[in-house]
Design a protein around this ligand. Structure first.
Ligand SMILES: Nc1nc2c(c(=O)[nH]1)N[C@H]1C(S)=C(S)[C@@H](COP(=O)(O)O)O[C@H]1N2
Ligand SMILES: [Mo]
Length: 347
C-alpha cells in the first residue's frame, strides 16, 4: 500500500503517519513517523566496520562489533513510540516546533538486546547514575551539537533495549540502522538512533538536546528549569472516522488506540455529546506492556447533525486522561481529549 506520509520538513526529514496508516496494531516501517534533528545518515554504515563504544564510568571500556551484539540473547518487544511534540498543532495556544497532528506515534515490534546485558559486560562503576547515548548523525545549522541524550541508570537497567530489528526487518536506515536505543514507554527523544557511543555518567548529560529542548517549561522560565520529558502521557487517539467525514445515520464504528507509556490502559471511553456522557469502548487485539491497545465503540448515530467525537483513557491506577492538555512553551505531551476531538457530520 502506498503511504502518503505528511511531510513537515524534507531536510532533515520530519514526517508523520497519515491517519489511514494508523488503523492497525502494528505500524508498518514505511508508514512509521520519522523525526530527525540533524543531518541524517544517508548511507548505511558497513556492519563489518561498525562498532559500539561503551565508556565513562565502567570497569573497562568496550568496543562491540555487530557480531558481538548478535551473540547476546535476542529479545522482541512491542513498544509504542511517540514524539514528545505529537499533537502540538492541536493545542489551543500555539507552541513552537513541528506541527504534528496525531501521527507522531507508532507501534512496532522491536528486536534487539537488553541494554543491561551490554552494561554488565562493561561493568558499571558504583558512581554511575546516568547512561548517555550518542548518535552518529551530525549537527546541522540549527543544532549546535551531536544528538546526545541520557536516561537514568535505573531506566537503562530495567527497561531499555538496543534494537536492530523493526517489525521483523533490519532496522531501516531512517530509523537508526544498524542500532538504536529504545527506552520502553518513553518518548522518541530518549531513543537515540544510529547509536555509536554509550557513556556512563554520574549526572545527566548536558548540551543542547538535554538542556534546551525536551523540557516542559512555561514562558519566562529557563528551559533547563523544566522537567525532562520521559514517559509517554496517558492518551487516546481516534483513527476512524476522520476529521470532516460525512457519514450516513446508523451505526458508526469509532476506532482508535490508547497508550500509557510505562502504565497500562485499562479503560477507554467515548463521548459524542461534548463530554456530557461517556460510553465504554471495547478493546480489540493484542494487550502488551509497552504497546498501545486498539479499541472500538459502535455508536448508533440516529440524528443528522455535526458531532465532535472525543475519547479518554484510564490507566491501572485510575488516572483519567485530561479533558484539556496542560500547555508548555514547546507544546510537549498534548494528551487532551478535547484537543483530539474529531468533528464529523451525520446526514
Ligand atoms: N541520532 C538521533 N536519534 C534520534 C533523533 C535524532 O535526530 N538523531 N531524533 C529523536 C526523536 S526527537 C524522535 S521522536 C525519535 C524518532 O524516531 P523515528 O524517526 O525512528 O520515528 O528519534 C529520536 N532519536
Ligand atoms: Mo521527538
Amino acid at each position: 500500500m502506498k503511504v502518503n506520509m505528511r511531510i513537515m520538513s524534507p531536510k532533515p526529514l520530519n514526517a508523520e503517519t497519515p491517519v489511514a496508516n494508523l488503523q492497525s496494531w502494528i505500524t508498518s516501517n514505511a508508514a512509521f513517523f520519522k523525526r530527525n534533528q540533524e543531518v541524517i545518515m544517508t548511507d548505511p554504515v558497513a556492519l563489518e566496520t561498525w562498532q559500539l563504544s561503551i565508556t565513562g564510568l565502567v570497569e573497562k571500556n568496550l568496543e562491540l562489533s555487530f557480531d558481538d551484539i548478535l551473540a547476546i540473547p535476542k529479545i522482541e518487544v512491542a513498544n509504542t513510540m511517540e514524539c514528545s511534540g505529537n499533537g502540538r498543532s492541536l493545542l489551543q495556544q500555539k507552541a513552537s516546533g513541528n506541527p504534528w497532528t496525531i501521527g507522531g506515534v507508532g507501534n512496532a515490534v522491536w528486536g534487539g538486546i537488553y541494554l543491561r546485558d551490554v552494561l554488565a559486560r562493561a561493568g558499571v562503576l558504583p558512581e554511575a547514575r546516568h547512561v548517555s547515548f550518542e548518535g552518529m548523525d551530525n549537527p546541522d545549522s540549527k543544532s549546535p551539537t551531536k544528538f546526545i541524550r541520557s536516561i537514568p541508570l535505573e531506566k537503562a537497567m530495567d527497561s531499555t533495549i538496543l534494537a536492530y530489528e523493526m517489525n521483523g526487518e533490519p532496522l531501516p536506515l531512517e530509523h537508526g540502522y544498524p542500532l538504536r536505543a529504545l527506552a520502553l514507554g518513553w518518548t522518541g527523544a530518549n531513543c537515540v538512533k544510529w547509536l555509536g557511543t554509550i557513556t556512563l555518567l554520574d549526572r545527566p548529560a548536558t548540551g543542547f538536546f538535554m538542556d534546551k529542548v525536551y523540557r516542559v517549561f512555561q514562558k519566562g522560565e529557563e528551559p533547563q528549569s523544566g522537567e525532562v520529558v520521559t514517559a509517554l502521557s496517558l492518551k487516546s487517539i481516534i483513527t476512524s472516522p476522520e476529521l470532516g467525514d460525512t457519514l450516513p445515520a446508523g451505526t458508526v464504528v469509532i476506532r482508535g488506540a490508547a497508550f500509557a507509556g510505562e502504565g497500562e490502559v485499562t479503560r477507554v471511553e467515548v463521548s459524542v455529546d461534548n463530554g456530557a456522557s461517556w460510553n465504554d469502548a471495547l478493546f480489540v487485539g493484542p494487550h502488551e506492556r509497552y504497546a498501545w491497545r486498539r479499541w472500538e465503540y459502535p455508536w448508533q448515530a440516529a440524528k443528522p447533525g455535526e458531532y465532535t467525537i472525543m475519547a479518554r483513557a484510564t490507566d491501572e491506577r485510575g488516572t483519567v486522561q485530561p479533558l484539556t492538555a496542560s500547555w508548555n512553551v514547546l507544546g510537549y505531551g498534548n494528551n487532551g481529549s478535547r484537543e483530539h476531538g474529531v468533528t464529523i457530520t451525520i446526514v
